[in-house]
Design a protein around this ligand. Sequence first.
Ligand code: PEP
Ligand code: MN
Length: 350
Amino acid sequence: MMIIMKANATPQQVEAVIAQVKSAGLNVHLSQGVEATIIGAIGETHNIPAERFEGLEGVDTVQRITQPYKLASRQFHPENTILPIDGFTVGGDEIAIIAGPCSVESRSQIIETAIAVKEAGASALRGGVFKPRTSPYSFQGLGEDGLELLAEAREVTGLPIVVEIMSQVQLDVMVKYVDVLQVGARNMQNFNLLRVIGESRTAVLLKRGLSATIEELLMSAEYILAGGNQRVMLCERGIRTFETATRNTTDINAIPVLKNLTHLPVILDPSHSTGLADYVPAIARAAVAAGADGLIVEVHPDPAKAVSDGKQSLRPEKFAEMVKQVGQIAQIMGRRLAVAQGEYTKQGWA
Ligand code: PEP
Ligand code: MN
């Protein structure tokens, strides 16, 4: 339920309404926007009549949120959420480009890639260290050693790092190293994991499940938001369809649909959504033209030798070309590419 306060409501009136919401056994989510103060009453609201709050002083209107997700809905939070990451933002005028290998493989591989993507204009570095592989016999990632290498790559390039978390037991070690926790497609509905991430305050990139609907993605985001972590961005990464020419089918519709339904930033992963490097730049351009707030792209210095997802990984030169094109599309859309604020000290890493 949303309790919309009058424009001239006093802080005391807001406090009194909050006390009433709590006494009804509901949780409070306060949103003080430019236009209005909205008190979200979250919980089992179906048998609480709106009249309970309508007559209180300073209250303008009381509305029920019709969608099953509340905190994630644009109805509840009309303005875009703009997430600060590291001197840049996601969800506002800037387009974030997160780039790097599928997996961290070695010190030279991750640092060379980090330097290449930094020089091409990326705003953050990605790299998996706990890998969700279809086969238990495939490379599973370097674990904490990989996090150390990513931390060094961040030192060298100043790029914040985005890393996938697969289990709640990894949370303590992950939050020591990473700037953004990635929840992968296969874990989008790992509700225990979403709950513990909700208790942390690290930013989250939540990927859409392989066969998840947009509503299911938003319900997963709701788990994180309900825990108190408001730093969530959503990621479309392609869905399973009957089509076999590409690894997945990019649901480009999801971008405007999500921007309409939610205030959270929306980014697109053209690497997993196509599965083939040749198609990545076209889909990256399409995503920004469709209103995406950023991209997450796999880049590898030698894709043929990559231990995972080589076929969909761009060589650094192709990535640099793609960033230029995306920058031009961003400009047409009245936006610009995000730049990380960290210091870039390429010299001396070797
Ligand atoms: C990845 O980003 O490398 C990855 C495993 O992605 P997804 O969860 O979208 O398959
Ligand atoms: Mn991958």
